[in-house]
Structures are given as structure tokens and as C-alpha cells.
Design a protein around this ligand. Structure first.
Ligand SMILES: Nc1ncnc2c1ncn2[C@@H]1O[C@H](COP(=O)(O)OP(=O)(O)O)[C@@H](O)[C@H]1O
Ligand SMILES: O=P(O)(O)OC[C@H](O)CO
Length: 495
């Protein structure tokens, strides 16, 4: 039997998943690691933890499946995006903790750069906005704040990478300093049209280009794993950022196909084909995947809080013990109350991009309780998705016939998916395979290894678990969405 090992290095845990020759899951291992919050709005990971949990879960998955390393044809990597690591090329030692995508420490720098009029050039080049979310200003912060970092960078001693690059460096024993186009597209340093690092932006941010990795296709040769890691060298043949890997795993290969992943946050990607579409509504333009040297572009809407609002009900408000309890509570909520929750806990992402905003609740009465909070929390995920889809439709007519394909942990919530269909007034498709992110990475590697089918045949294997059809009448839908829009507007006035 032949297997593909998919590594899914996420924000809260590292996972390793073995897929067999027929793309079925043979074994899974998962390990959480510590989140570091050194100051308000700062989020860091120890890069050594990212590596050790990745290596550990890979070994565990192989052991669980009871297979020999010789049975693994290739490794595919998918990862939390934007998170920024800098290390010494000689020793392999990171110079600082990784700065995580959620980290807002460069808000002021972004505001200054915007005020100086640089955002149009940044957007035109990278498809992104001047927001602390992306790697560029995080890298600049490290160079400015870690003692000696700038001098070492200028001397060519340091390497920068997103998490894929860091893991490949470790997996190959420091032989390769590479990334793929989807991860490069999240750095705010990459020209997504020309397919090269942008000298203009590196000059603007004062970043020596010697820090940057070589950029390859998403299915390509990313080197061999060190023989001592898994008992033999295994080729790394696929790499994509996690949201892009989910787009691939959902087989959204056609122009106009759309997926939304509901994990901690929510990320909707709309395949716009071989030409990038520039958003007029503050969505991101990004690379969905790059195969045979040709990028396929996407419009992306990124929401920072989706499943995390359910974690807040559990860990913050302590009104549930486990996420699935929200379903019963939401069903029991008083229909006469219309509590609206705007979960801007870490600011608002697309299409508002207000890192300074914080959450708000509207419509509380003396009778409002856990049930109304739970319903408002689940509804907030539907409302935020509608905001993204409204922006996509306004940006590009090719979005008009798209049926939304959903995945991620929170897509297990039937209540939330039904509300999503209701508030969108459109069908929502949930596939049988929920591990779409890992499947996307596995397919890239397995296809490159020649053991998995080509794009068209792979797309035919996508299978529906359940289609949610809208059941809400138009007047209710319109009234509810109008109320959400009013709540969002009010939230933005109080910071
Ligand atoms: N049945 C459920 N109802 C509501 N939310 C859920 C349910 N199951 C999982 N979630 C939410 O989904 C998220 C986990 O999804 P996952 O895809 O594992 O996230 P990530 O990859 O970002 O860690 C959690 O935030 C959790 O609160
Ligand atoms: O690790 P996740 O699943 O929360 O995804 C994080 C995204 O890649 C951030 O852009």
C-alpha cells in the first residue's frame, strides 16, 4: 500500500494525517501547543513547538497506521498562513518567537504607512491591504526590535519564512529555503502578478531581500526529509497555505467556485481564474494555487472570529461545556428577542478592516440569557459570511452562480449551516470529507508523486454530505440583515 503524509500545522494545533492510495484517511495524530500572549493584542508561538509537534504527530500517525516509512510516497504541507519566523541560517535557531497572524502589534506602523499614501501601491502589487494581519510588517518589527537582527539580516545570516518554509527547513535538515506561491502571496512582500518578490515593498519596509525564500509551485519538489526523521528520505511534493489547501481539497478548480472554512476564523475563497480580480470592496486578491507555473487567483474574505465565538461562550461566558450544546440553546432562544452580537474581539476583518474595533451586543432585555447569546453567536457567523459574499458579488459577476461549499470544525453545526443558507438566501453544500485542508495538501503531493488522479478526476471524487436550502422568508431575511448592518455600523463608532 502507498500513503501520502499530510502535515496540517494550524494556529492551535499541529496535525499529521495519512491518506491511503484511494485518498481515504488511514491515521490521524494531533497535538496542541502553547499560545503566548506577551501583551494586549500580541500573539506568539514558539517556532520550536511548531516543529516538535509537527515531527511528533508525523511519527505518531505513522505508528498508528502501522506502516513502514517505505510505504509513504510523499509529504504534503499545509499551514497557518502569514505567521512569521526568522532564524539563523547556520544554527537554525529562531531569533524570536514566531509572530502569529492574529498579532496586532504593527497596527501603528500600518496606520502610518496608510497615512503616507502607500496602500494603493501595496494593494496593486500584493492584492492585500495594509493590515497587521500579513507577514511584511511583522518581519519589519523583528528586524527593528530584536537586538542585532538588522545587521545579521544585512550580512545574509538570517532567513525569513512563513510556517511552511520553517517546517521545510527543519524537515530537510536546513537544505532548502523555499515556499510556495500561495504562502508567498500572504506576506505582503510578493508581487502576485509578476510572480516575484517586490523590490518596491521591500524598499518601503526596509527589508533585505536576502532574507526571502525561493518561491515554487504548490505541487513541486520541496526537497527530501532527513533520513533520520522517519527512517528514510521522503520527498516533499506539495505545499499550500491552509485556506488555499481547503480550496483545493474542496475541488474549487472552476472559475466562480466558492468555499468557506469555519474554524477559529472564517475564510471564504472564490476562484476567479487565471486573471486576478481587484476588489473594490476591500476583499483580498490572492493566489488560490499555482500549478505548472500558472497561478489561479481568488478573491478572499477573511473573518477573524467564527468558531472562536463558540469558544468564548464556553471559556469566557461559561454558558456551555462543549460546542455542540449551542445547537439546543439556539433552538430554545426566545423568538421575540433579537439579540445581535458583533464578535469583533480582535477587530473586524474583511470587508471592514478595523483592527481598533471591539465586540458589541445589541438588543439585550432582562430576559436575555444563555440561549439568546448562543443564537446570536451562531448567527454572527452567518451574517459575517453574508458580508463577504455581498462584497464578492459586488466585485465580480462571475460569483453569481456559486454554490457555497463549507468545511472546518464549525461546519458540523447544522444550526449554523441552516442559518447560513437562510441569511444568504442560497444553498450551502457540506461535503462528506471534512478534512478538506489536509486532503488538499495530500492531493497536491500525491498528484505530483503520480499516485493521485489529475485535477478533473479528483474533482469528481467530491461527494455531498448535506445540502442546506434556504427556508427563511425574504422579509425576515432582509430585516435581520438590515439589523446586523446597523449593529456593525454602530460598533465601528465606538472603539
Ligand atoms: N458543533 C459545533 N457547533 C459550533 N461550533 C463548533 C462545533 N464543532 C466545532 N465548533 C467550532 O469549530 C472550531 C474548531 O474548528 P477547527 O476546524 O478544528 O478549527 P482550527 O483549525 O481553526 O483550530 C472551534 O472554534 C469550535 O468552537
Ligand atoms: O490555523 P487556522 O485554521 O486558524 O487558519 C489560519 C489562517 O491561515 C490565517 O490566515
Amino acid at each position: 500500500m502507498t500513503y501520502i503524509l499530510a502535515i496540517d500545522q494550524g494556529t492551535t494545533s499541529s496535525r499529521a494525517i495519512l491518506f491511503d492510495r484511494t485518498m481515504k484517511i488511514a491515521a490521524v495524530a494531533q497535538e496542541e501547543f502553547t499560545q503566548h500572549y506577551p501583551a494586549s493584542g500580541w500573539v506568539e508561538h514558539d517556532a520550536a513547538d511548531l516543529w516538535s509537534t509537527t515531527a511528533g504527530t508525523c511519527r505518531e500517525a505513522i505508528e498508528r497506521a502501522g506502516i513502514a516509512p517505505a510505504d509513504i510516497a510523499a509529504v504534503g504541507i499545509t499551514n497557518q498562513r502569514e505567521t512569521t519566523v526568522v532564524w539563523d541560517r547556520k544554527t537554525g535557531q529562531p531569533i524570536h518567537n514566531a509572530i502569529v497572524w492574529q498579532d496586532r502589534r504593527t497596527s501603528n506602523l500600518c496606520t502610518e504607512l496608510k497615512a503616507a499614501g502607500h496602500e494603493p501601491m501595496v494593494t496593486e502589487t500584493t492584492g492585500l491591504l495594509l493590515d497587521p494581519y500579513f507577514s511584511g510588517t511583522k518581519l519589519r518589527w523583528l528586524l527593528d526590535n530584536v537586538e542585532g537582527a538588522r545587521a545579521r539580516a544585512e550580512a545574509g545570516e538570517l532567513a525569513f519564512g512563513t510556517v511552511d518554509t520553517w517546517l521545510i527547513w527543519r524537515l530537510t535538515g536546513g537544505k532548502l529555503h523555499v515556499t510556495d506561491a500561495t504562502n508567498a502571496a500572504r506576506t505582503m512582500l510578493y508581487d502576485i502578478r509578476k510572480g516575484e518578490w517586490s523590490t518596491n515593498i521591500c524598499d518601503l519596509l526596509d527589508i533585505p531581500m536576502s532574507l526571502l525564500p525561493e518561491v515554487r509551485d504548490s505541487a513541486a519538489d520541496f526537497g527530501m526529509t532527513r533520513p533520520d526523521l522517519f527512517g528514510r528520505e521522503i520527498p516533499i511534493l506539495g505545499v499550500a497555505g491552509d485556506q488555499q489547501a481547503a480550496t483545493v481539497g474542496q475541488a474549487c478548480f472552476g472559475k466562480g467556485m466558492l468555499k468557506s472554512t469555519y474554524g477559529t476564523g472564517c475564510f471564504a475563497l472564490l476562484n476567479t481564474g487565471p486573471e486576478p480580480v481587484t476588489s473594490q470592496n476591500r476583499l483580498l486578491t490572492t493566489i488560490a494555487y499555482q500549478l505548472d507555473g500558472t497561478p489561479t487567483y481568488a478573491l478572499e474574505g477573511s473573518i477573524f472570529i467564527a468558531g472562536a465565538v463558540v469558544q468564548w461562550l464556553r471559556d469566557g461566558l461559561k454558558i456551555i461545556r462543549a460546542a455542540p450544546e449551542t445547537q439546543g440553546l439556539a433552538d430554545a432562544a426566545d423568538p421575540a428577542q433579537d439579540v445581535v452580537l458583533v464578535p469583533a474581539f480582535t477587530g473586524l476583518g474583511a470587508p471592514y478592516w478595523r483592527p481598533d474595533c471591539r465586540g458589541a451586543v445589541f438588543g439585550l432585555t432582562r430576559n436575555s440569557g444563555p440561549a439568546e447569546f448562543a443564537r446570536a453567536a451562531l448567527e454572527s457567523v452567518g451574517f459575517q459570511t453574508r458580508d463577504l459574499l455581498e462584497a464578492m458579488h459586488a466585485d465580480w459577476s462571475g460569483a453569481d452562480d456559486a454554490v457555497l461549499r463549507v468545511d472546518g470544525g464549525m461546519s458540523a453545526s447544522d444550526w449554523t449551516m441552516q442559518f447560513l443558507a437562510d441569511i444568504l438566501g442560497a444553498s450551502v453544500d457540506r461535503p462528506e470529507v471534512k478534512e478538506t485542508t489536509a486532503l488538499g495538501a495530500a492531493w497536491l503531493a500525491g498528484m505530483q508523486a503520480g499516485i493521485y488522479p489529475d485535477r478533473d478526476e479528483f474533482a469528481k471524487t467530491w461527494a455531498l454530505d448535506r445540502r442546506f436550502e434556504p427556508a427563511m422568508d425574504d422579509a425576515t431575511r432582509d430585516a435581520k440583515y438590515a439589523r446586523w448592518q446597523a449593529a456593525i455600523a454602530a460598533t465601528q463608532t465606538v472603539t
